[in-house]
Ligand binder design. Structure first.
Ligand code: LUZ
Ligand code: MOS
Length: 754
């Protein structure tokens, strides 16, 4: 079944924030943001802006009625800078005007004088200065220190991985309308309607029950709107509260790139030890996360880095330590994979390092150390592993050694071009690592014309979650999907939602929907039992809108049944709650069973590097992916293709650049390059892992949002191999992304290699 939105998308009829018809009297907000990364505000002059054409008012921190605080986990982030600024792009003042143009023009007239302090942009510098968001986190399995003593081979090194701009097509934004009794109605481009509601409640001092947040859909989010939609909704809400008028702010692309946080860059030190059978016996790693100027989601992101620091491998002795380092960059935030990909980059670097020194192929080490069922992750959960099955099936389907042989053959015949292959196993845990977040609710109404309305806490952002939820209702009631409408995500219909994140929204909200529909169906079947002759003694079911008794149609159709139930005063609505069973985690021991299940897969990535110019192409990403049992292959294959393109982009051409003063240099699409139609992998081939194993996913259809991004890691290691195929004396630093410039510099910028 196609994504339900595809027809309105291609016709341009889908509604996004910027498509909402505006009420008369709407004001437009524009933020004046700090031009300096770190310093003290000495003077702020609003006079010229206040008097500019069309300006209603200019708001600063002292105008707020509630608290000047938007930090969700750590209370360390003011909505508006008060006395100090902590990053370039930090909001200082809000201009409200009668048009977008007037608001932007007036914001330029604000004058600020700042006494500059030293700006920190690098996490290791922050660490040395003791600038940390919180105490470090650590995972320990076995005894790595002792294990290293017995290792035959030990390698140490450093790996760095850069951030990533979300570049959702729809920028951040909100539209807030004041209601009677001091309430607010908020349209927000957010993954977390409840987070917006809670944050707005804090800055306005309006209780949550007077704040309604409504989300139709987002034009992409990728984690960038899990927490960071809050600020823009809060800015509009404060404006609406103070002016009594509707306030809208849809950010321009460069405002969005400048003012919002990105994927966390990390720097890491690793030490890996192997025995003579090339089994990895010990691994130590220290992560320095670049958190930016406030905590935001950095701590749970940091935790997921630890959760995935051994990727799909079993290592019996692990010590993994992670520091969240406070710098003067915009607060970094959730991004597809949520710290996991960064952890995986480091272990893959360590394995590549070991393989090169031992002169074996990395894939031999990788395959030799895949985790098997019954083995333990460093956080105590026991694996039910598909790592080896997915690797085997990938090898059978794509014939890795033949692909390698073809690359070698090509390389022998080419002067400057080199092809190489990398194999990339992936293992990703599904559930919010914070157990209490793994809950969801669904509200289902059956109307007397037989149509069905579903509301859940899931936010549609192009990933197809509404399509899957509609499928659930369609499936339980055995009705054509046209009968089902999945409505906007609204905090009055569904309260206290977790954000749509962690790849978990279809599972959590789908299961709640399944329960709600099943309860209504149960009541309906009781009514059917009374209406159908002998119905009480036999098994009744609904098929394609008609009641069946034993395999015979009874002539009782869906609409008649619904009406008869209503006349008998039977409840045709249900609000159902789902909480993932069996999961727990205890940070005092750093052990538990945090994940409902893991998603596995193996990709084979092939590249061709032009070793004269440094350019390259990603020729193919062939993968065997663990869908469980996909409930919608169109939607799921779409997620795989998009995830791979985004992961390859992160590892290759996408480069977030801040200068030493903390100014974003890659601040537009001219300087920040994402894969386009010419540079995505030429071939993406996906095969479903064949497995019989049961799982906790909705209809056993495993979460698919984040895991495929990590196949993109293979592009990095394939490019590295291609460089070494050209000149085996080269040993480039592990420093992603591998931009063409870096490839060129690695080839020619450092004569003699190491
Ligand atoms: N968000 C979150 C996430 O709050 N907790 C998580 O564990 C998570 N994992 C992936 C993506 N977003
Ligand atoms: Mo996410 S990184 O699942 O918001």
């Amino acid at each position: 079944m196609k994504n339900l939105d595809s027809s309105s998308h291609v016709r341009g009829e889908s509604i996004y924030l910027d498509d909402i018809p505006l009420l008369q009297g709407t004001l437009f907000a524009c933020v004046f943001d700090s031009p300096v990364a770190h310093g003290q505000i000495k003077r702020l002059d609003l006079s010229r802006a206040s008097e500019a054409v069309g300006v209603e008012s200019v708001i600063t921190a002292s105008d707020l009625i509630g608290e000047n605080e938007i930090g969700g986990i750590v209370k360390d982030e003011p909505l508006l800078a008060d006395t100090e600024v902590h990053f370039q792009g930090m909001p200082v003042a809000i201009v409200l005007a009668d048009s977008e143009e007037h608001a932007h023009a007036a914001a330029k007239l604000i004058e600020i004088e700042i006494e500059e302090f030293e700006a920190i942009t690098e996490p290791r510098v922050a660490y040395r200065k003791g600038s940390l968001i919180a105490d470090p986190k650590r995972f320990i399995l076995g005894d790595s220190e002792r294990a290293f003593v017995d290792c035959d081979h030990v390698f140490e090194g450093r790996a760095d991985v850069n951030g990533q701009e979300h570049l959702y097509i729809e920028t951040q934004g909100a539209y807030v309308i004041p209601n009677e009794n001091g309430g607010l109605r908020i349209y927000s481009s957010t993954q977390g309607p409840t987070a917006v509601q809670r944050c707005v409640s804090g800055v306005t001092a309006i209780p949550m029950n007077l704040i309604e947040v409504d989300v139709t859909r987002l034009g992409g989010a990728f984690g960038g709107k899990e927490d960071q939609a809050n600020a823009w909704a809060s800015i509009c809400a404060v404006g609406a509260q103070l002016s009594g008028r509707p306030v809208k702010y849809a950010l321009h692309r460069m405002e969005d790139m400048r003012m919002t946080g990105k994927r966390h860059p990390y720097s890491a030190d690793y030490k890996i030890g192997l025995d003579r059978h090339l089994k990895i016996k010990a691994y130590e790693v220290v992560f320095y996360q670049n958190a930016g100027a406030a905590a935001d989601l950095s701590l749970p992101v940091l935790e997921r880095t630890l959760f995935h620091c051994t990727n799909a491998y079993f290592i019996p002795n692990v010590t993994a330590t992670a520091y969240s380092c406070k710098t003067n960059l915009p607060p970094n935030t959730a991004f597809r994979g949520f710290g996991g990909p960064q952890g995986m980059f480091v272990i893959e670097s360590a394995i590549a390092h070991a393989a090169e020194k031992l002169e074996v192929r990395a894939r031999i080490l990788q395959e030799n150390n895949l985790i098997d069922s019954g083995e333990e992750f460093p956080y105590g959960q026991i694996a039910e592993s598909e790592a080896r099955t997915s690797w085997k099936q990938a090898n059978e389907a794509f014939d890795i050694s033949t692909l390698e042989e073809k690359a070698r053959e090509f390389n022998r015949s080419s002067k400057y071009f080199r092809k190489a292959i990398a194999v990339q196993p992936v293992c990703f845990g599904i559930s919010f690592t914070k157990t209490p977040m793994n809950q969801a609710r669904s509200l289902v109404h059956v109307y007397t014309d037989g149509s069905i309305a579903v509301s859940t806490g899931a936010v549609e952002m192009g990933q197809g979650v509404n399509t899957k939820i509609a499928q659930v209702a369609e499936n339980v009631f055995s009705l054509p999907v046209e009968k089902v409408k999945v409505h906007t995500t609204n905090t009055l219909r569904i309260a206290n939602t977790s954000p749509t994140a962690a790849s978990a929204a279809a599972d959590l909200n789908g299961k709640a929907t399944q329960q709600a529909c099943e309860k209504i169906l149960e009541r309906l079947m009781e009514v059917a039992g009374e209406l159908v002759e002998g119905g009480k003694e036999t098994e009744l079911s609904i098929r394609d809108g008609e009641v069946f008794r034993d395999d015979e149609p009874t002539g009782l159709d869906w609409v008649t049944l619904v009406n008869e139930a209503h006349l008998r005063r039977v409840n045709l609505s249900e609000h159902s709650h789902y909480a993932t069973p069996g999961i727990h985690f205890d940070w005092s021991t750093a052990k538990g069973h945090p994940f409902a299940y893991h998603v596995y897969g193996t990709a084979v990535v092939g590249v061709t590097v032009d070793c004269l110019r440094g350019r390259y192409t990603v020729d193919f990403v062939k993968n065997v992916h663990d869908f469980g049992k996909s409930m919608n292959t169109d939607v799921d294959f779409g997620q795989i293709e998009g995830g791979i393109a985004q992961g390859v982009g992160w590892m290759t051409m996408e480069e977030v650049v801040y200068d030493d003063a903390g100014a974003l240099r890659s601040n537009a699409l001219s300087t920040y390059k994402i894969p386009d139609i010419y540079s995505v992998p030429e071939i993406v081939e996906t095969k479903a892992l064949e497995t019989e194993r049961q799982n906790l996913a909705i209809y056993s259809s495993k979460a698919v949002g984040e895991p495929p991004l990590m196949y993109g890691l293979g592009a990095y290691f394939a490019i590295r191999s291609a460089i070494r195929a050209y000149d085996s004396s080269l040993s480039p630093e592990f420093d992603a992304p591998f931009t063409p410039e870096k490839v060129l510099m690695d080839l020619y910028g450092n004569p003699g290699g190491e």
